[in-house]
Design a protein around this ligand. Structure first.
Ligand code: FHN
Length: 432
């Protein structure tokens, strides 16, 4: 494994945060729900459907951005308690608004708002205090504040006639690229020293803008400043002749899980409900057990799960988010050894759940992640014919009995009682 990605693949679980001006209207514009699409951070295009909001009117939201309850220490404590190991926050989303006092653009949390505090600086300091890795999302393709920034592409979702669907010329985009994007990235590298950049393109619409030359310039700028800073594939590698080989890790589509294990470091970013930014009418919350299953799903295929929180306009995590994070954290506190540094076990699909594997000095340990406990209380481990020395419930230490119907057959594990009344997955560790 490449040594610069080791911390990332060992961490397995991180927090994504979408926070910005859009957290203030939170899905409602002048009393009307924004048009199609559940993502509140897209309100600039989707309010006044299908027209969107004029730039100056949207940007005036900065005068209402005053998240007085923002407390970096509290956010990072929730992150740590959830068992997460890193943070990735939207330094600048598609609306072009920066969460730090950028010298490149006054459209930022310090110069344009009554709040006047350096949100990234406070979070970076809290991460350092807690030993949490600090990463940054940056929208490099779309920027609806700069006249040359990418706009949304016309599609069924964004109809012609929307203020934000007319694309800039290449020359205009170059003005944005040289005048805002690259200098802001340099600023972020120098001041906040992120451990990773999470760039955001999807589909092929970005290809005419995020050319191979631009991607290479961006990668060089970052790596010259910090060779160990990781870069994700949504920088736009489908438009690069060397493809994913130019980046450090792959990012899947939103809430998209690969069916099979992938060798290159990778992650899936997912939402707690439907929107990434806080949306006051988004009640589609996932359950804690579904979220824990997502951690297991990514780990067992050799990837990471980056779970998003959308803080409110006041700067708080919603109670529904906190409750889920804490339930996940309680499970991780008991079962984290089956996740951190764990990966693909190389065994066939299992009817009752998944398996994660951790390499040890003298072989490996396997963790049976029982997400669908059979009524019989017994699970057959397909593909495993070697008898372990010991099997026990990871939380309670209760020993499980193991048997084979005949020599050379798949192993059968009789599950300890623990899991029967619990909705979160039971983990049984096999020591060889
Ligand atoms: O358009 C964005 C969206 O707002 C959000 O930031 C997600 C996170 O993966 N990325 C884009 C859509 O894929």
């Amino acid at each position: 494994m490449d040594s610069i990605t080791r911390w990332f693949t060992e961490a397995r679980f991180g927090m994504f945060v979408h926070f910005g001006l859009y957290s203030v209207p939170a899905g409602l514009w002048k009393g009307e729900t924004m048009g199609r699409g559940p993502y509140s951070e897209w309100i600039q295009l989707q309010a006044n459907w299908p027209h969107g909001i004029e730039g100056a009117e949207y940007q005036a939201l900065a005068r209402d951005f005053n998240p007085t309850q923002f407390d970096a220490e509290q956010w990072i404590s929730e992150l740590v308690n959830a068992g997460m190991r890193y943070l990735v926050i939207t330094s600048k989303h598609h609306d072009g608004f920066a969460l730090w006092p950028s010298k490149v653009s006054k459209f930022n949390a310090v110069d344009a708002t009554p709040f006047g505090r350096d949100i990234l600086g406070e979070l970076k300091a809290a991460c350092d205090r807690h030993g949490v890795k600090f990463g940054l999302y940056y929208s490099h393709w779309l920027d609806w504040e700069h006249p040359g920034g990418g706009r949304a592409h016309e599609s069924e979702e964004f109809l012609p006639g929307n203020l934000w669907t007319t694309q800039p010329s290449d020359e205009q985009f170059e003005t944005y690229w040289q005048g805002k994007c690259l200098p802001q990235i340099a600023e972020l590298c120098d001041v906040y020293k992120p451990v990773l950049f999470w760039f955001d393109t999807w589909g092929e619409n970005s290809v005419p803008y995020i050319t191979e030359r631009r991607m290479d310039d961006l990668i060089c700028l970052i790596k010259e400043r910090n060779p160990t800073c990781l870069i994700n594939s949504r920088i736009g590698t489908w438009g690069h002749s060397k493809g994913d080989a130019v980046v450090d890790f792959l990012s899947m589509g939103d809430n998209a899980f690969p069916e099979r294990s992938i060798e290159q470091p990778w992650e899936t970013s997912g939402t707690l409900n439907e929107s990434w930014g806080y949306h006051q009418l988004d009640f589609g919350w996932k359950s804690a057990s579904e979220l824990v299953e997502n951690i297991i799903r990514t780990t067992s295929n050799g990837g990471n799960y980056q779970l998003n929180v959308g803080p409110t306009g006041e700067g708080c995590f919603q109670p529904a988010a906190i409750r889920r994070l804490r339930e996940i954290g309680a499970w991780m506190a008991a079962n984290g050894t089956s996740i951190y540094g764990a990966g693909y076990a190389g065994l066939p699909d299992q009817k009752w759940g998944r398996i994660t594997a951790v390499a040890t000095e003298n072989g490996r340990r396997l963790y049976l992640q029982v997400t669908k406990r059979p009524a019989s209380g017994e699970v057959t481990v397909a593909g495993l014919t070697k008898l372990p020395k010991l099997a026990r419930d990871l939380e309670t230490n209760e020993v499980a009995s193991i048997f084979q119907l005949s020599v050379g057959e798949d192993l059968v594990v009789s599950l300890p009682r623990h899991g029967s009344a619990d909705s979160l997955p039971q983990v049984v560790v096999l020591h060889f």
